[in-house]
Design a protein around this ligand. Sequence first.
Ligand code: UDP
Length: 246
Amino acid sequence: MNNKYELIYEGKAKKVFSHDDADKVIIEFKDDATAFNALKKAKFEGKGKLNCLISSKIFEILEENNIPTHFLEIKNENTMIAKKINVIPLEIVLRNIAYGSLCKQTTIETGTVLTKPLIDFYLKNDELNDPLITKDRIELMKILSSRELDFLIKLTLKINEIMKSFFKNIQLQLVDFKLEFGYDSKKNILLGDEISPDNCRLWDLSQKNDTIISLDKDRFRNDLGGLIEAYSEIYKRINNSSNLMK
Ligand code: UDP
């Protein structure tokens, strides 16, 4: 990145730089992958580029469906321009199928199709290991008011409906995903962060048998191999579907 731009923040998978316009930022997607609160780390050449391209497409689809997001435009293959937001320190996870931590922490069996989407909140705090928190605790900590929380829940459910049907059309099952939101300079709540196989579980529906084929970060979490191939497949399907719509 050109050094006229100041590095504002560096996370596990992205770097955020200043922009000439104070209301915008430049987000660079890195090739680094982490799992289990960064206990497991690796680098996958090309992951940053794929996640940036996938995220941009998904943000465009959400915007077309009236979901306010921070996405403005793609700058180059691994960099996007976004509206600057003040990130709300919450990770909102929506689950359609029980998998991952839900099955480790409860007696719900892996693969159970949930009768209605489950929304879980986690506090974004590395020192505390991003704990699962309740709505009452969010209000108690004054992170969000009850009204704002209800608004975010509704928005997350709407995002799920849009993404679930979009992915189904390209033969992908949206198992679960994590969202982050923030406030822009006018105090509007916008969807931020990224929407990619790093923070969505996506299963291949193009196979005839019942075996689960993960095309997401579980390839790294569970040492399945073929992460770049899986992310490339997702990008290919998204791209083909948007070319068809043109
Ligand atoms: N997730 C995420 N960041 C996190 C934790 C979870 O993006 O720090 C995503 C994850 O990719 C999955 C969903 O949220 O799509 C649910 O993850 P889960 O709670 O099952 O956690 P995990 O199994 O990753 O420990």
